[in-house]
Design a protein around this ligand. Structure first.
Ligand code: 5GP
Length: 193
């Protein structure tokens, strides 16, 4: 336990506890199931929903969300890297693409957080070009105040009103803290300037 306690000590404030996240993820899963169940009636031969998780950040959220979805579905992952504040802002690289074609399928993108919107905009353009039957987005966190590109977001777990850099439940700072079961803000002394 010592390691985990030591890790928790870097957190200045918990914004969303593990219990709050679990509750909200269950609600999102129920809403998504209901929405796609309603749509599925249109065509019985339509292939099941394909849920696309964006690595690495969406992994814990995705793992919980898919178990709260109770309609037939498949899942796949894309891995992207954005060069935040390094080379040109908003430059997005695809490190891993989907394994199978998505033409005529219902796609649900699962993202950890939408900030400026550059990552999502890039992914949406790329996937739209493959002509899916539908394309929706579910993000655990949304920071609308920081948006630079107008990206459509269909399902939002929590909206961050303040401009905070958050960690935990998949979200990292220099690759650390993704395994915290809650979402919080680092103490200032643990953030390199
Ligand atoms: P965007 O392209 O919308 O600016 O940024 C999306 C990506 O930036 C997210 O997938 C996430 O990896 C990272 N990001 C944005 N805001 C935060 C934050 O508050 N905390 C962490 N850990 N990552 C963030």
């Amino acid at each position: 336990m010592e390691g985990f306690n030591a890790m928790s000590q870097v957190i200045g404030k918990v914004l969303y506890s593990a219990e709050e996240i679990a509750r909200r993820v269950k609600e999102l899963g129920a809403t998504i199931s209901q929405d796609y169940r309603a749509g599925a009636g249109r065509d019985p031969h339509r292939r099941p929903l394909l849920v696309v998780g964006l690595l690495k950040g969406a992994l814990p959220f995705m793992a919980d969300l898919i178990r709260a979805i109770d309609i037939p579905m498949e899942y796949d992952f894309m891995a992207v890297s954005s060069y935040r504040g390094r080379t040109s802002p908003g430059e997005v690289r695809i490190l891993k693409d989907l394994d199978s074609p998505v033409g005529s399928r219902d796609l649900l993108i699962v993202e950890d957080i939408v900030d400026t919107g550059h990552t999502l905009d890039h992914i949406l353009r790329r996937l739209k070009a493959r002509e899916p039957a539908s394309l929706r987005v579910c993000t655990l966190l949304d920071k609308p105040a920081r948006r630079q590109l107008d990206v459509p977001v269909d399902y939002v777990g929590f909206t961050l009103k303040e401009n905070l850099f958050v960690v935990g439940y998949g979200l990292d700072y220099a690759e650390l803290y993704r395994n915290l079961p809650y979402i919080g803000v680092l103490k200032p002394e643990y953030v390199r300037r």
